[in-house]
Design a binder for this molecule. Structure first.
Ligand code: DGY
Length: 386
């Protein structure tokens, strides 16, 4: 491994941890060095390909903190295991780039970083929603270009979302947070589509509706869609928060776009391949009043041909979790997963929301547990009981 591409912390540490990108904050490094780890951190901003990762693993490694931009398929996980790796710790909540089944077969725990990015990612989806609906990027471009000649009654008219209907595909942690922001903030009715009913969300919105009624205001409505088509046809805004699997690949394609309202807003801040990007380009070309806000892409960082030319699409570079607090927290959780597995500690009972992972983020003596191991049950790892 070349010294110019890698920075080594605590060189005398007895357990070797490879970190494939520099991470924000300092706590994550303190946790690792306090646990006696020698930490080797890649310095480049380019994605490390499989060869680069394999070279970094070398013949002996105890753990890796890796990125969603790397493909952790069976051969690479096997190399990690054969080099003595005790855990692959993903610096993200999503792990569709990791063959978890293969990892489980190899007896390798896979860590991830839930909780700290729920509200942050939901906020980005809200930002994209309004950027698309209110044509913020177009307005910014026009203003900078010098073409703004003064207020006009018909300049860049967008859509009012207040009291409209928001459709959420995937009512998990982030989808739920987004739904609540849109319902509570903008008094939108909610229709959600999910394999499972989300009773807690429905109850919450029913209570909010009761609060509005008690104030003499029109209550908001919430219902679970009977089908994806039901949601698409009735929502003014559709936001995708589903997990990427073989079944959800291209969940939204030409047929589904055609079922949406002509002036609807579509947002994707989950994973690019959920949406057929080429179909979206065609749809936006033929439906100028339709708008989309994208944070993720089918073949990141490459965009589908023609996407960048469309004025009715707002594009940002996978920024869902990009706040300082969240990215530092993700680093802390990723290293806490490593420390726990290397020390043989149990797995935290649940990392459902931010409250559940807060003890790891700033407590002077964080719990002796791994915050989140996605295949903990399959591997029969013990759960922390206090
Ligand atoms: C994740 O964690 O899965 C996001 O996509 C990156 O923050």
């Amino acid at each position: 491994m070349s010294e110019t591409d890698w920075k080594v912390f605590n060189p005398a540490g007895t357990r070797r941890v490879v970190v494939t990108k520099e991470l924000p904050g300092g706590r994550w490094l303190e946790l690792l060095t306090a646990a006696g780890c020698r930490v080797e951190v890649a310095q480049g901003r380019e994605v490390l390909g499989e060869t680069g990762v394999r070279r970094a693993l070398g013949s002996q490694v105890d753990a890796v903190i890796g990125q969603l931009t790397e493909q952790w398929s069976e051969p690479l996980l096997r190399s990690l295991r054969e080099a003595g790796g005790a855990i692959y710790s993903q610096y993200a909540v999503g792990f569709d780039n990791v063959d978890v089944e293969a990892a489980t077969g190899l007896g390798l725990p896979v860590g991830n970083t839930p909780g700290v990015l729920t509200e942050t990612t939901a906020e980005l989806a809200v930002a994209l929603t309004f950027a698309a609906a209110r044509r913020i990027a177009e307005g910014d471009r026009l203003t900078r270009s010098g073409a703004y000649r003064g207020w006009l009654p018909d300049l860049l008219l967008g859509s009012l979302l207040h009291r409209g209907t928001v459709g959420v595909i995937g009512a998990g942690r982030i989808g739920t947070a987004y739904a609540r922001m849109m319902v509570e903030g903008h008094k939108m009715d909610l229709v959600y589509y999910d394999r499972h009913g989300n009773e807690e969300l429905e109850r919450y919105i029913a209570e909010y509706a009761g609060f509005l009624s008690a104030r003499g205001e029109e209550p908001v409505q919430c219902r679970r869609a009977a089908s994806l088509g039901d949601l698409l046809g009735s929502a003014d805004v559709v936001s995708i928060h589903a997990t990427l699997t073989d079944e959800t690949h291209h969940l939204i394609g030409a047929g589904e776009l055609g079922q949406m309202k002509d002036d609807a807003v579509l947002v994707n801040a989950s994973r690019g391949p959920l949406l057929d990007e080429a179909a979206l380009v065609q749809h936006c070309r033929s439906h100028p009043a339709f708008r989309a806000g994208l944070d993720v892409y089918e073949r990141e960082p490459t965009l589908a041909a023609g996407l960048e030319e469309l004025d009715n699409v707002v594009l940002v570079p996978h920024l869902g979790s990009a706040t300082t607090w969240t990215r530092e927290g993700m680093a802390t959780l990723a290293s806490a997963n490593v420390v726990a597995v290397l020390n043989g500690w149990p797995v935290w009972p649940a990392a459902e929301d931010v409250e559940a992972v807060l003890p790891f983020l700033d407590a002077p003596d964080p719990p002796h547990a791994a915050p989140s191991i996605v295949n903990a049950d399959e591997l029969g790892l013990a759960r922390w009981t206090g």
